[in-house]
Design a protein around this ligand. Structure first.
Ligand code: NAD
Length: 370
């Protein structure tokens, strides 16, 4: 058995625990059939943590996250906690976790599986075979910049303002993640900003170019304005491989790219932090979707986004592309075979529950083990 992979599970609220259960089953399978060693610990986050401890992220849970190799989170939030003060709300726990772990690079893949090509609102020929990755800077930029506020000027006119600000190290570290990823994919990066109208955009372009020339000249680098990128994403998304951009543009462009695939229940994500003295990178993996209170407890949630988030963990935290691909291929085969959870149902396919989808994925994995 290989060294222990120490994972903290934070199922959270709503459908979180339901979809995370399917990951437990895949971990059991990997342990049994692939000889992998996992040490899985479980904790509370979000509304579940608030109900138990009066805070949406207990200090002990944060310490467990810091001590683990990787964290897998389900989802947080729901109407039950609508009246809880803002600083104690479920979302506050997740934000604190991301901040304390200094997760500065948010990776959102947009992949269109052949079986789901019709789920996109774009024409099949535009999205078939799409496989791109958006790397969004997550801990700086205009969402955090100072000064910010709403004030009344001496003449009585009110104004609101935020500050877009990036330091060279903040740009360099996220660009480095993008270049490294590109080397493992098709070796192409688009760096996206608004250098035509923003000083911070000019600076972003300078810093990315400097790093590229110094260390990543083998990777194809293109610069693109953010508005053009939004247009190109819906015009011809297959021109992209890795897109790296700031917090604000990344927020918008990653949602736009996500919808190229057409289904929230399918979308995984990873948030990566700095590499520590032991060579281990802090990392949190989570589906893009929320806690879906409208369907929680009905066993109809799609577990695939969470399973694919776990596959990303295998690839990026444990450098285990082989087992990541095993999970991704099993998911593809099940979908190609015509099984669907309700959110991705199409004519001519069979509707199944969360756990029956999990059963089918395990059956596909079993075929590999035979
Ligand atoms: P949502 O993603 O929870 O749900 C949007 C719609 O998609 C709903 O109709 C839901 O049923 C459906 N859906 C989502 N995931 C699905 C899945 N795996 N399978 C099948 N259908 C799925 O977004 P929302 O409704 O805007 O938010 C609900 C709660 O989740 C809120 O409290 C919000 O703050 C929280 N939220 C949390 C996160 C997170 O934990 N990272 C992200 C977004 C929203």
């Amino acid at each position: 058995m290989t060294a222990n992979r120490k994972i903290l599970f934070l199922p959270g609220d709503g459908i979180g625990p339901e979809v995370m259960r399917e990951v437990h089953r895949v971990i059991d399978w990997l342990t049994k059939h692939r000889g992998l060693g996992f040490e899985v610990q479980e904790g509370l986050v979000g509304g579940a943590a608030y109900d138990a401890h009066g805070t949406s992220l207990a200090d002990e849970t944060l310490a467990d996250a810091m001590a683990s190799d990787a964290v897998l989170l389900g989802a947080v939030g729901g109407p039950k906690w609508d009246d809880v003060p803002r600083q104690l709300r479920p979302e506050a726990g997740l934000l604190r976790l991301r901040k304390e772990m200094d997760l500065y690079a948010n990776l959102r893949p947009a992949t269109v599986l052949d079986a789901l090509v019709d789920a996109s609102t774009l024409k099949p020929e535009i999205v078939r075979g799409l496989d791109l990755m958006i790397v969004r800077e997550l801990t700086a930029g205009v969402y955090f910049g100072e000064p910010r506020g709403i004030e009344t000027l001496p003449d009585g006119v009110r104004r609101g303002f935020d500050t877009q600000v990036y330091t060279a190290p903040e740009i360099e570290r996220v660009a480095r993640v993008a270049f490294e990823l590109a080397r493992k994919r098709t070796n192409k990066v688009h760096s996206v900003e608004k250098a035509n109208v923003m000083e911070s955009g000019v600076f972003w372009r300078e810093e990315v170019s400097r790093l590229h020339a110094a260390e990543y000249a083998d990777v194809e680098l293109n610069h693109m304005y953010a508005d053009n990128c939004a247009m190109q994403l819906v015009r011809w998304p297959k021109q992209f491989d890795v897109i790296v951009t700031d917090n604000l543009f990344g927020d918008l462009l990653s949602d736009c790219a996500a919808m190229l695939t057409g289904s929230l229940g399918m979308l995984p994500s990873a948030s990566l932090g700095a590499v520590d003295g032991m060579g281990q990178r802090r990392a949190l993996y989570e589906p893009v979707h929320g806690s879906a209170p409208d369907i929680a407890g009905r066993r109809i949630a799609n577990p695939i986004a969470t399973l694919l988030s776990f596959a990303m963990m295998m690839r990026y935290s444990f450098d285990d592309a082989a087992n990541a691909e095993l999970i991704e291929n099993a998911v593809q085969k099940v979908l190609a075979g015509g099984l669907r959870t309700a959110d991705i149902m199409q004519e001519g396919t069979a509707k199944v529950s969360t756990d029956v989808m999990g059963d089918a994925i395990l059956r596909e994995l079993d075929k590999v083990a035979r």
